[in-house]
Design a binder for this molecule. Structure first.
Ligand code: GDP
Ligand code: MG
Length: 439
């Protein structure tokens, strides 16, 4: 299938804007790729519709063909959709932080509780404890106890004759007494969603007021993951998701389904049976995994970088030729914001590499936005030739941009200084680098 997608892509060689036909053709393949990755069909349908609308008429990036451009949009949208939302764990200001693990049987709740407890101890220097509140699955308590011994993390249990609600409550009390600051409540699961189970989980929730309710989902469950996530979320209002068994051969479409259906963030991923096989969730990695086009995406990224490089080269050329104007000044700020260090632009000027401290120059994006507003209030002629900026013009610009006159004056001064400095630099005089942009 990936081959088909590649073929479809190379067929679309034209430049310019993405047409409706391009989108239709590519989206047919994207749809198949998503379904093959086990994304829920309804989620696929909505996603394809939304992205198609966005893609039609979009400008094709230099170095890309329309097909690649569409894939770029698809990848960006996937990443956006799965990202956003709070990362990590919301710790309670009043310890212990209570984390309830829920999910179907075999999803990996118990294992993940152990992995996360260990992870928090290593990363956040927490003192975790685990509570054995699954009294139904045979040997569930022993499993947790063994895990606790392996990790050297205490496990609270009261056997299987006491209600899970009471176990959870007593467990938290015990944690308080022992100065444990994170408590994992390992709950029972069923093979299917089941009302008795949900009622019990709701009761545990009401009794313990957990800070987090993590739904643990087996990534291999594919299409069904969306339904499972939906019911658990409706019943318990979960706070996050842990997707396990991503070390298997699934493309991980469950991640997209779950996020689309519940709106809740995926916080961690399990990638193996070993107790350190847990990671934070990275939406961009997951997006390329779901699309199954790692190579293509690398290529697209590279093309994007080339565009940036080309811009930087143009800029360097202007500096050399002393035709650098206010448009370029603003452009350059955008570049600096995007690329980070000015270094990349400046080192393209011959003899300008290896200047110490170049990477330290930074521009605050808020300042850039203000400066941009000012420049955008200038006429084309003023931007190209700032020398004509008389006092009355400056006043007009201040008014137009809603910025004080002093700021307009400052910007023009900074521009002139930068220009002078760049000129000197391109002639080989490096002094005064720190004053670039007046900082
Ligand atoms: P629970 O019923 O939800 O508590 O699930 P368990 O924690 O008992 O896990 C069920 C099985 O899945 C166990 O054999 C685990 O070792 C295994 N498991 C859990 N997480 C992962 C994972 O990320 N990758 C792999 N390969 N196996 C996992
Ligand atoms: Mg279990």
């Amino acid at each position: 299938l990936t081959e088909r997608l590649q073929n479809a892509m190379t067929k679309l060689r034209r430049k310019g804007k993405v047409s409706e036909a391009d989108v239709k053709e590519m989206m047919r393949e994207v749809r198949l790729a998503l379904l093959e990755a086990d994304v829920n069909f309804k989620v696929v349908k909505d996603f394809v519709k939304k992205v198609s609308e966005r893609a039609v008429g979009s400008e094709v990036l230099e170095n890309l063909n329309p097909g690649q451009q569409i894939i770029k949009i698809v990848n960006d949208e996937l990443t956006d959709l799965m990202g956003g939302g709070k990362e990590g764990i919301e710790f309670s200001p009043k310890p212990p932080t209570v984390i309830m693990m829920v999910g179907l049987q075999g999803a990996g709740k118990t294992t993940t509780a152990g992995k996360l407890a260990n992870y928090l101890r290593e990363k956040d220097h927490k003192r975790p404890m685990m509570v054995a509140a699954d009294i139904y699955r045979p040997a569930a308590i022993e499993q947790l106890q063994t895990l606790g011994e392996q990790l050297n993390i205490p496990v609270f249990s009261m056997g299987d004759q006491v209600s899970p609600i009471e176990i959870a409550e007593k467990g938290i009390e015990q944690a308080k007494n022992e100065g444990r600051d994170v408590v994992f409540i390992d709950t029972a699961g069923r093979l299917q969603i089941d009302e008795t189970l949900m009622a019990e989980l709701s009761e545990i929730k009401a009794a313990t007021q957990p800070n987090e309710i993590f739904l643990v989902v087996d990534a291999m469950t594919g299409q069904e993951a969306a339904n499972v996530a939906k019911s658990f979320n409706e019943q318990l209002d979960i706070t996050g998701v842990v997707l396990t068994k991503l070390d298997g051969d699934t493309r991980g479409g469950a991640a997209l389904s779950i996020r689309a259906v519940t709106g809740k963030p995926i916080k961690f991923v399990g990638q193996g049976e070993k107790l350190d096989a847990i990671d934070a969730f990275y939406p961009d990695r997951m997006a390329s995994r779901i699309l199954g086009m790692g190579d293509m995406l690398t290529l697209i990224e590279k093309a994007q970088q080339d565009v940036d490089e080309k811009k930087a080269e143009e800029m360097a050329e202007k500096i050399r030729e002393n035709t650098f104007d206010l448009n370029d000044f603003i452009d350059q700020m955008d570049q600096v914001n995007k690329m980070g260090p000015l270094e990349d632009i400046i080192k393209m000027i011959p003899g300008m590499n290896n200047i110490p401290g170049l990477d330290q120059i930074q521009v605050d994006p808020k300042d850039t936005a203000r400066m941009k507003a000012i420049v955008l209030s200038m006429t084309g002629a003023e931007r190209e030739n700032p020398d004509i900026l008389s006092q009355s013009r400056r006043k007009r610009i201040a008014k137009g941009s809603g910025r004080p006159l002093v700021e307009v004056n400052r910007l023009i001064k900074q521009f002139n200084e930068s220009k002078k400095m760049m000129n000197q630099m391109s002639k080989g005089n490096l002094s005064g680098m720190d004053n670039l942009f007046g900082k």
